[in-house]
Ligand binder design. Structure first.
Ligand SMILES: *[C@@H]1O[C@H](CO)[C@@H](O)[C@H](O)[C@H]1NC(C)=O
Ligand SMILES: *[C@@H]1O[C@H](CO)[C@@H](O)[C@H](O)[C@H]1NC(C)=O
Ligand SMILES: *[C@@H]1O[C@H](CO)[C@@H](O)[C@H](O)[C@H]1NC(C)=O
Length: 586
């Protein structure tokens, strides 16, 4: 998912302002939860890892909930229309517009697909009128941050096109991509940080950020497919090829955060699953799925990356047995550095991604795809990882990782008096006598001793609410973690993961938890004109229809893939001719 923190690492930084459209993106996923049409596509039973399955609530309840989510969207979007359209955003406490996102109306573009899904035709028509007139121009001294522009504007336009067949939207997407195109004027084909859409001048450092250089594949290949302009797919293909050929011995097969955009080589050994990296990992699997499962190069990178994450970046806490994922610092030794022990909200996309992989891939029969799993791994750390997971069903392992991580992400919400999760928590610290352990080591001990009971990290866990006194005393004793950054920024990662877990496992508990989060947002974050972020989730109070159209599953998981801003794009297949033209990466 997106990260504003990421932007501050570059020469052009944006204010850390909490945009209303974060909420609008969130509500797209929420509506998926409650919309009755989406029956879970169950592939696994959870009886062996959970005590009981949550009872299924009657459809009527979910219909009412869907109506409430729709009302929340209307509340936020009408606030934007009234006080801010066609500017980028509404400041939900001041009721004033702000343009800090190229000024092309990012809120309305980002919301087009949600309006289509919710059947908000009047709102859609009004927004379309703005889109039709958009010229995507910028003053000479202003630059569009490429990554954010792609995942929101391009992704929003393409998704709305795919859902409506309205060719104006596709035309605008193509216009925008053409205006951005000089951003690829590097020797490697990796994009610069930013570009002026009028002059074509580019800005940005030579060392690029993984998420920013490698989160355009889905948008650019679907754009190529829909327009027939194969050159857009070549932009993506060049990056995919460079990533797949990169020498990753130093990081054990994992992509580091920094890359030299002149040489397309990795730089340093700082690794992250959250800020600065998240969507690049996410797109490996999603690009494979979007391409009608033809883009095997991306699938292989996904398998290698997840082996590294599962064996080197996932830990389990000593008392509550919370499984979490963390990054590794840069190190001068030529080897990956120490784990940061920070779990970022941004990293909470991972359980959903792993669940999606479990649902869509023959993880225990990769030979059927012509993939030799062992040969994907090279370099010592990578081979260590491979050894650590041998003897498991890969499918079980990925599912357990997904479930236990999602549980932790959920508990960081449920532990707070506001019911909303903080931006960052930190595990292992001086208050703990016992150290956190690599999850895979705990797994191997569990297996060695007969694999009795639930695997480490699974099984029943209860939220721990601190009293105000305990909170002020600080530390993280009872919970195994301390809150590092207490803000709640209306981010969608956790909700999206709960959604995917529910779809994949059919366990209604995940769905119910998504509802609890929605209720907390309504209670804590709602303002007169929209929804605002919270400065802290740890203190309470923080501060201050009509039912849905009923049709059959319009966004089935095997036909649509969500980009990193939750814009669904339809799965497609290249023709033989297109494949030939794209020889660069097939
Ligand atoms: C868009 O066009 C496709 C292909 O012709 C069709 O399958 C789909 O139903 C159309 N969608 C809408 C919303 O009209
Ligand atoms: C591309 O980069 C080259 C070398 O830096 C420069 O000379 C050229 O003007 C650039 N082209 C565009 C279209 O910006
Ligand atoms: C990036 O790569 C270029 C071309 O190989 C090289 O000249 C430059 O020194 C590299 N930059 C860094 C920061 O390593």
């Amino acid at each position: 998912m997106n990260s504003w923190i990421r932007l501050t690492t570059s020469s052009l930084s944006y204010p850390r302002h909490r945009p209303l459209f974060y909420f609008l993106g969130l509500s797209f996923i929420l509506i998926g939860f409650y919309h009755h049409f989406i029956a879970p596509t169950s592939v696994v039973t959870l009886d062996e890892v959970f005590d009981t399955a949550a009872p299924q609530l009657p459809d009527k309840v979910w219909d009412e909930r869907a109506a409430q989510v729709r009302k929340a969207f209307e509340h936020a979007y009408h606030g934007y229309e009234r006080y801010a359209m066609p500017h980028d955003e509404l400041k939900p406490l001041l009721d004033r517009p702000i343009d800090n996102f190229n000024g092309w109306g990012v809120t309305l573009v980002d919301s087009l697909d949600t309006m289509l899904l919710m059947g908000l035709n009047d709102e859609f028509t009004r927004a379309l009128a703005v889109v039709e007139k958009a010229d995507f121009a910028l003053p000479k001294n202003q630059f569009a941050p490429f990554f954010e522009t792609v995942i929101r504007y391009l992704g929003g336009l393409l998704s709305a096109y795919a859902l409506s067949n309205n060719t104006v939207l596709l035309q605008r997407a193509d216009d925008l991509a053409v205006k951005l195109d000089t951003v690829f004027n590097t020797t490697s084909g990796f994009p610069f940080f930013a570009v002026n859409t009028v002059t074509g001048f580019t800005r940005g450092p030579q060392l690029g950020i993984l998420a920013e250089i490698a989160s355009l594949q889905m948008e650019y290949t679907y754009l190529a497919k829909a327009t027939g302009k194969i050159q857009h797919a070549r932009r993506a293909g060049k990056i995919i090829k460079a990533l797949s050929k990169a020498n990753l011995d130093m990081t054990g097969g994992m992509f580091p955060v920094r890359w030299n955009i002149s040489s397309s080589e990795p730089y340093g050994s700082h690794m992250s699953v959250g800020a600065q990296a998240d969507s690049a990992h996410e797109y490996l699997l999603k690009q494979y799925l979007l391409s009608g499962r033809t883009d095997k190069v991306n699938l292989e990178m996904y398998l290698r990356t997840t082996t590294y994450i599962i064996t080197q970046l996932m830990f389990i806490s000593p008392n509550r047995h919370l499984v979490y994922v963390t990054g590794r610092d840069d190190s001068k030794s030529g080897k990956p550095g120490l784990p940061s022990q920070v779990l970022e909200h941004l990293s909470c996309f991972l359980p959903g991604l792993l669940a999606l992989g479990v649902h869509t891939l023959p993880l225990d029969d990769l030979e059927s795809l012509g993939i030799d799993f062992a040969s994907l791994h090279s370099g010592r750390l990578s081979e260590d990882g491979l050894k650590a997971i041998s003897g498991y069903s890969l499918k079980d392992l990925h599912l357990w990782a997904a479930q236990s991580l999602a549980e932790t992400c959920w508990l960081t919400y449920a532990d707070q008096p506001t019911g909303l999760g903080p931006e960052e928590v930190v595990f292992t610290s001086s208050w703990q006598a016992k150290k956190d352990t690599l999850w895979i080591d705990a797994m191997n001990r569990w297996k060695k001793s007969g694999a009795r009971g639930a695997p480490p990290g699974l099984g029943k866990k209860t939220p721990i609410l601190y009293t105000e006194e305990e909170r002020l005393r600080g530390g993280g004793k009872g919970r195994d973690y301390a809150v590092k950054k207490p803000g709640y920024l209306l981010r969608p990662e956790t909700v999206e993961s709960l959604y995917l877990l529910w779809r994949v496992t059919g366990d209604h508990r995940w769905r119910e938890r998504g509802w609890r989060i929605f209720e907390a947002i309504e209670r804590e974050a709602k303002t007169k004109s929209g929804y605002a972020s919270l400065r802290t989730v740890a203190i309470k109070p923080s501060y201050q229809d009509d039912s849905m159209p009923r049709n059959d599953d319009p966004i089935p998981l095997d036909k649509w893939v969500f980009n990193t801003e939750a814009h669904p794009l339809p799965v497609f297949e290249w023709s033989a001719e297109e494949r030939h033209e794209l020889a660069i990466y097939f």
